[in-house]
Design a protein around this ligand. Structure first.
Ligand SMILES: Nc1ncnc2c1ncn2[C@@H]1O[C@H](COP(=O)(O)OP(=O)(O)O)[C@@H](O)[C@H]1O
Ligand SMILES: [Mg+2]
Length: 364
C-alpha cells in the first residue's frame, strides 16, 4: 500500500495533492499530506512506532481524550481550537487509526500551518517559552479526571527501575559489575532519598495528573510571533506526577554538554536555563500546583537525572540491550556524563530551591 492509498483511508477535507516525507522525528515516521484547495487544511500522517508504544489503539484513545479536553478549554477562553490544540482525524471507519496489511498503525492529525518549532532552547528566554508551553498544557488538562491507559508501564517509577536494577546486578550477564563498584555506589548511596520521593507519589501526597512525558522544545509549536500555540506529540501522555515533566525538561534543557559528552568539563547544569524554564512553567502551573509539588519541583530535576544515570549504567551492566550504542563503552560514557550533570545539580540544589520559592512567591 502506498502513502496516497493510506491517506485515502482517512476522513480528509479536500483533494490530496501529494504526500511528502517530513524529517526530524526519531520515534515515528512522519509525512505531510498536502491538499489542493486553499481552504482545506494539510494533514500530518504518522506511522506510529508500535515497538515503543503499545497498544496503539489505546494510545490513540488517550491522545483523543486529551485533545478533546484541550479544545474545550481553548473554546471556553475564545481561542482557536484548530490552532491551539491538536486535531485528530479519524479513519473512514471511525477509528482513530488505520491498520495496514503489514499491521503497521497510521494516524492523522491536522497540520497546523504558520508555526515555528525550535530544536533546542539555549537561552533563558527560550527556556521560559518552553516552560510556559508545558505549564499551559498541564494546566489545561489539570481537571481531566478520566483515567488514561498506561501505555508505558513503570515510566519514571524508580521502584520499578530498582527492581530491574537489582535483577540485572544479580545476574551480571557480561561480568562488568566487579569493575564498577564506585559507579554502583553512586546509585546505591542515593537509593533511599529517591524512594522517599516516590513514596509520596505512591501515597498520593504528591498527586497524579495528566502529564506529557516528552517535554522537548520541538514538541511545542509557536506562532509566527514566537508565542506558544500548543503542545504536540501526545503519544506519551500518561497519568503521573507533573514533576516528572518538569524534571525531564530540566535534565535536557539545562545540560551545557551532550548526554554522552566525552569532555566532562563541558557538562554542567546551567542555572540560568533552570530559572528561565521555572519562570515560564510557574507562570502557568502555579495556580494548580499544591505546596508539596512546589516543594519537590527542584528535586524532580535530580530525580529524573538520577534515573537516567541508573538506566545507562544498568544497560551497560546488562550488556547493552536497550540503548543503541556507537562504541563498546558508550553506555558507560553516558553514565559518567549524566552523573556529572547530577552532581552539578546537587551542588546548585539550594539555589534551585531558592529560585522556585522566589518565582512562586512573586506569582502569589
Ligand atoms: N500538528 C502539527 N502541525 C504542524 N507541525 C507538526 C504537527 N505535528 C508535528 N509537527 C512537526 O513534526 C515534528 C515531528 O512530529 P512529532 O509528533 O513530534 O513526532 P516524533 O514523535 O517523531 O517526535 C514536530 O517536531 C513538528 O515540527
Ligand atoms: Mg516529537
Amino acid at each position: 500500500m502506498n502513502l496516497e492509498q493510506i491517506a485515502a483511508k482517512f476522513q480528509l477535507e479536500g483533494t490530496v495533492d501529494r504526500v511528502e516525507p517530513m524529517g526530524e522525528g526519531f520515534i515515528n515516521d512522519t509525512f505531510i499530506i498536502r491538499t489542493k484547495e486553499r481552504e482545506t487544511p494539510d494533514y500530518l500522517l504518522q506511522r506510529k512506532n508500535k515497538r515503543i508504544f503499545h497498544p496503539i489503539p489505546a494510545m490513540m484513545e488517550n491522545i483523543e481524550k486529551v485533545c478533546a479536553h484541550i479544545k474545550k478549554k481553548v473554546s471556553e477562553k475564545n481561542g482557536d481550537p484548530m490552532r491551539e490544540a491538536m486535531t485528530v482525524v479519524r479513519a473512514k471507519d471511525g477509528k482513530l487509526y488505520f491498520q495496514d496489511e503489514d499491521d503497521e498503525f497510521w494516524a492523522v492529525c491536522v497540520f497546523i500551518s504558520d508555526t515555528v518549532a525550535y530544536q533546542s532552547a539555549k537561552t533563558p528566554e527560550l527556556a521560559f517559552q518552553g516552560g510556559k508551553g508545558i505549564g499551559l498544557f498541564q494546566s489545561m488538562v489539570s481537571d481531566l479526571k478520566e483515567p488514561l491507559t498506561d501505555i508505558l508501564p513503570g515510566f519514571h517509577n524508580i521502584r520499578y527501575r530498582f527492581n530491574q536494577w537489582d535483577a540485572v546486578l544479580a545476574k551480571d550477564p557480561v561480568d562488568r559489575k566487579a569493575k564498577l563498584s564506585s559507579e554502583i555506589a553512586w546509585i546505591e548511596s542515593r537509593r533511599d532519598n529517591m524512594l522517599d520521593f516516590w513514596k509520596l507519589v505512591e501515597s498520593g501526597e504528591i498527586p497524579t495528573r495528566v502529564t506529557h512525558n516528552d517535554t522537548k522544545i520541538n514538541n511545542i509549536l509557536f506562532d509566527l510571533n514566537g508565542e506558544v500555540l500548543c503542545v504536540i506529540d501526545l503519544d506519551t501522555v500518561l497519568n503521573s506526577t507533573c514533576l516528572n515533566d518538569f524534571g525531564d525538561a530540566m535534565r535536557s534543557y539545562t545540560n551545557t554538554g551532550a548526554e554522552d559528552d566525552e569532555n566532562l568539563d563541558a557538562v554542567s547544569c546551567d542555572i540560568s536555563i533552570f530559572e528561565g524554564f521555572t519562570k515560564g512553567y510557574l507562570s502557568q502551573a502555579k495556580s494548580f500546583l499544591t505546596d508539596k509539588e512546589l516543594e519537590y519541583l527542584a528535586f524532580s530535576a535530580k530525580y529524573i537525572t538520577y534515573e537516567q544515570v541508573l538506566r545507562f549504567l544498568m544497560d551497560y551492566i546488562d550488556g547493552d540491550k536497550y540503548y543503541k550504542i556507537k562504541s563498546p563503552d558508550h553506555n558507560y560514557q553516558r553514565t559518567v556524563a549524566q552523573y556529572k550533570l547530577l552532581t552539578s545539580m546537587e551542588e546548585q540544589y539550594d539555589e534551585m530551591c531558592r529560585i522556585v520559592r522566589t518565582v512562586a512567591a512573586e506569582l502569589d
